[in-house]
Design a protein around this ligand. Structure first.
Ligand SMILES: [Zn+2]
Length: 247
């Protein structure tokens, strides 16, 4: 978009969505940009049904955790500390406000970012704020419960231990098949969550492959249905909060 197009969007009361994703290992078969690619595609599709500007995705996120993303031991996983993420997101929010956006959506597409987006928004639009800016924080784009009724094994990543597994692999097969190495699928059993974290990260604490519960069984069909389910879910939330009186 050009600056004049942004100005026109603000003038007609459009909202804006920022995806906070990551650069993180996703096993031997998916690219480091998986969270960013899926999150961006999701936002673009959600926006098609709403008057919503899609801001450039934040492609660096908070530290990968061993039990949700494999942790910071993998080459390529490039993360920022919590205070950096909060600072960057709150700076961006202030810029959105300066442009005139009053309906702002923050969408986490990397589990570890979740509470930090809330913190960034709180810094900018705390409970005592007097301006009319509203920030909606969506911490998981996937609806609760089974994502696809007849595919109960397809779990949202927010459940944990599903990193680079059936759901994300299927979504990538649907969105960017040319980036998926099907010959490198991993059949590891789901790792066991001991109920605690340990630092330094011990050997064997997370899957050596980076895939936390296996990627076999992933398919383009599952990816298409999961993507549609997520789009409907996110669009419905934003519509009900920000566009209740329009279509
Ligand atoms: Zn991911």
């Amino acid at each position: 978009m050009t600056w004049e197009e942004v100005d026109a969007a603000v003038a007609r009361g459009a909202g804006i969505i920022l995806v906070a994703a990551a650069t993180e290992q996703h096993g031997p078969h998916l690219p480091l940009g998986t969270d960013s690619i899926i999150g961006t595609e999701l936002a673009l599709e959600v926006a098609r049904g709403l008057d919503l500007v899609v801001a450039p995705t934040l492609t660096y996120g908070y530290r990968s955790r061993p039990l949700s993303g494999g942790g910071q031991r993998f080459p390529g996983t490039t993360s920022v500390r919590a205070t950096t993420l909060i600072a960057v997101v709150s700076d961006i929010l202030r810029e959105f406000e300066r442009h005139g956006f009053r309906k702002i959506v923050l969408l986490a597409h990397h589990m570890e970012n979740q509470h930090l987006l809330y913190e960034a928004a709180f810094e900018v639009v705390g409970p005592t704020a007097t301006n009319e800016t509203r920030v909606m924080i969506i911490e998981c784009p996937y609806p609760p419960g089974p994502l696809i009724e007849d595919e109960p094994t397809v779990r949202p990543p927010a459940v944990g231990l599903d990193h680079a597994s059936v759901l994300e692999t299927s979504l990538m097969l649907h969105l960017r098949p040319e980036l998926v190495h099907e010959d490198r699928f991993v059949d590891d059993p789901m790792i066991t969550d001991p109920g605690y974290d340990l630092l330094p990260i011990p050997d064997g604490f997370t899957a050596a492959s980076g895939v936390l519960s296996g990627s076999r069984g992933a398919s383009e069909q599952i990816g298409e249905r999961a993507f549609d389910a997520a789009v409907q879910h996110v669009r419905a939330m934003i519509a009900s909060e920000f566009f209740a009186n329009s279509d």
